[in-house]
Design a binder for this molecule. Structure first.
Ligand code: MSP
Length: 648
């Protein structure tokens, strides 16, 4: 029976503005899935979208549309991106899929019945962008310890999962099974930052969030998004349904590959839920590093994901899917962070794909077509042949060891070692000179045969990583069975061979960079120059207490925010004040991004006469402090205060 291999990516938040960092996890999973398929294993590769929760609810509310209307186009964009990058998943699960929703309900029902879920009250802090709960002690200077953004104090009835009960079993799992969580540094993080101090029970339901899976035993609660999301790994296989054949076949997963910032959910909460369900835990969770820009995580919210530089659609359109895949799989040392620069991207792609691999393929195939028209006889070995053949023959063994350790960069380095050796072999054996001497025709044939075999073997080895060029190189060899053999010498004499167009255009890196710089310069020009220091303001005339009392000031929470079209200065906020929300336009776009604004507690003047700014209704004014250089800073209550509280 074929070995099975079940691999998953995290399911993506439908946030849009996809950048090359988003592609990292999924492209690696795709390469691993293709690698295992090529080895003859039965593979199931799962990806999808994480669609419920407060973030989506707020974004839809802001736009005055339903969550579904908000999400659907973003999900289509994501699928389009995977198509462009040749990501060949076996299922794309959406947490709004009916079978998933039923599966999540089954999971809650089972945990409730077994007593692992109980009702209580939640009081603590919530970070909406991370959809994560924190205690006061866990906050870093009052902000979310993961992303540094504002958190909101929340108090509500909630069901809890007995996470505390599973802490000793999770520690034991790490001890007994070092492969479970990799790289090893992540184990230390989990133990030191979370497990050592003991775990608290986890709030796993919300009454304040409507956009979620309703709990089967209490419909006014919806499932906590992380439990909903993690469950996808088993609901996608039919867990808990009558149709659970895939589950029985593929679970436990061989690998959950995830970014390092979400290891905590996968390596603590997820195994605890599975233990409580009485199901086996996954074989491995691997927390990979990030693509950085200027030392910071490439991220939509940090605004360093400039579309001109990091938009996967643009990159694929300009340089091709193979180039983007190659960069992601080769450049970042596996398990660590890696700085993304356009220059590194272009240099990598040009040097390795156009110069080394592309050149080897086109020179070899052109010389064979010109001198023989088909594959020449193998001939006898001499000179550097033995070394080249030995290196190519043992390539799959090295690649297998690397891929067993999930290390695509090393596997590619080993493949390119053979490519480099073959290019050197061409210089050593000078086939263009051999071609001029009829007495050396046999030797020419032997040299070209060896090169054809190297081209075939490296193309075969490259196939899981690059989906286009290696396939083209292989199909030039007549398309017989032997083309897919890993053995050196499998290619038969007389096999017809076609001449190929160059696989990768050679890039003029300087010219490309100059174009990118032009784009960036245009962007920077758009950004306003820093405001000159302001002269001290003249004191305003005194007012009476009665006059001051005419102002209505309230604490509000920004629940949604977007840029005002056609304005560089204005943001449009939806501000929640107790039971109602109002629309406010403020001139703070240069100081806050819309993403930063969401979740902020602000002070609002609520009885200003409504006005329209750039066509958008403003029913209040958010108060800011202005420093000497004209920079604005929001005024917020110093302690947690309910929305709608009066400021006096
Ligand atoms: N929805 C959760 C996952 C739930 S899984 C049960 C989530 N989604 S995400 O859209 O924010 O992230 C999806 C993947 O993209 C994660 O693996 C994340 O680490 C990855 N990346 C997003 N930005 C990244 C970089 N700059 N670099 C590398 N990967 C990063 O988390």
């Amino acid at each position: 029976m074929a070995k099975k291999y079940y691999i998953t990516t995290p399911i993506y938040y439908p946030s849009g503005n996809w950048h090359i960092g988003h592609c990292y996890t999924t492209v690696i999973c795709d390469a691993l899935a293709r690698y295992h398929k090529q080895k003859g294993e039965e593979v199931f590769f799962l990806t999808g979208t994480d669609e419920h929760g407060q973030k989506v609810e707020k974004e839809a509310l802001k736009r005055g549309i339903t969550p579904r209307e908000f999400i659907d186009p973003l999900v289509s964009e994501l699928k389009e991106m995977w198509k462009l990058l040749d990501v060949g998943y076996d299922r794309f699960i959406r947490t709004t899929d009916e079978d998933h929703v039923r599966g999540v309900q089954q999971i809650y029902e089972k945990l409730y019945r077994s007593g692992d879920i109980y009702k209580s009250e939640y009081e603590g802090y919530y970070c909406t962008p991370c959809e994560a709960f924190w205690t006061e002690a866990q906050l870093k200077e009052g902000k979310c310890p993961d992303c540094g953004r504002d958190v909101a104090l929340q108090k509500e009835e909630s069901y809890f999962f007995r996470l505390s009960k599973y802490a000793p079993r999770i520690l034991k799992l790490y001890e007994d099974n070092p492969a479970f969580l990799q790289p090893k540094s992540r184990v230390n993080e989990m133990v030191n930052n979370f497990l050592k101090a003991g775990l608290s029970d986890l709030s796993v339901s919300r009454t304040s969030v409507k956009w979620g899976v309703p709990l089967p035993f209490d419909q006014k609660h919806t499932a906590y998004v992380w439990i909903d999301a993690l469950s996808n790994y088993i609901t996608a296989l039919g867990y808990g349904s009558e149709n659970d054949g895939l589950y029985r076949k593929f679970w436990p997963a061989d690998l959950h590959l995830v970014g390092k910032e979400i290891v905590r959910f996968h390596a603590i909460i997820w195994p605890a839920i599975l233990m409580a369900l009485g199901e086996p835990v996954p074989q491995q969770i691997y927390g990979h590093g990030w693509l950085l820009i200027g030392g910071e995580k490439l991220s939509k919210s940090k605004e360093n994901a400039r579309p001109e530089l990091t938009d996967p659609y643009e990159l694929v359109k300009r340089y091709g899917a193979d180039a983007v895949r190659y960069y992601l799989l080769r450049e970042i040392p596996f398990g660590s962070d890696g700085e993304y620069t356009t220059e590194r991207f272009l240099l990598r792609v040009n040097a390795d794909l156009a110069n080394d691999y592309g050149n080897l393929v086109s020179r070899t195939q052109a010389m064979i077509v010109q001198s023989f028209g088909k594959i020449p006889p193998r001939g006898k070995e001499e000179g550097p042949d033995g070394e080249l053949i030995a290196l190519a023959s043992s390539l799959f063994e090295r690649v297998d060891a690397d891929m067993g350790a999930l290390n695509a960069p090393d596997a590619l380095a080993h493949i390119f070692e053979v490519i480099g050796r073959a290019n050197k072999y061409i210089d050593e054996t000078t086939p263009w000179l051999l071609a001029k001497d009829p007495a050396k025709r046999d030797r020419l044939g032997a040299v070209l045969y060896n090169l054809a075999e190297v081209v075939r073997i490296v193309s075969l080895a490259l196939r899981p990583f690059l989906t286009r060029a290696p396939q083209k190189a292989l199909s030039a060899f007549g398309g017989g069975e032997e083309v897919l053999s890993p053995a050196f010498g499998a290619l038969e004499e007389g096999t017809p061979i076609e001449k190929l167009a160059p696989l990768f255009p050679r890039l003029d890196v300087k010219k490309e960079l100059a174009e990118v710089e032009k784009l960036v310069a245009a962007l920077q020009k758009k950004a306003a120059p820093p405001a000159p220091a302001k002269p001290a303001e003249a004191p305003k005339p005194q007012i009476s207490f009665e006059e001051f009392q005419k102002l209505e000031l309230k604490v509000g929470e920004v629940v949604a925010c977007e840029k005002v079209k056609k304005s560089e200065k204005l943001l449009h906020e939806t501000v929640k004040l107790g039971d109602k929300t109002i629309s406010v336009v403020s001139g703070i776009a240069k100081f806050y991004t819309p993403e930063e604004m969401v979740g902020k507690k602000v002070v609002v003047v609520t009885n200003l006469a409504p006005a329209k700014l750039c066509g958008v209704l403003s029913e209040g004014m958010i108060l800011c402090a202005e420093d000497g250089a004209g920079r604005l800073s929001l005024v917020s209550p110093e302690r947690a205060v309910e929305c709608g509280a009066t400021v006096r």
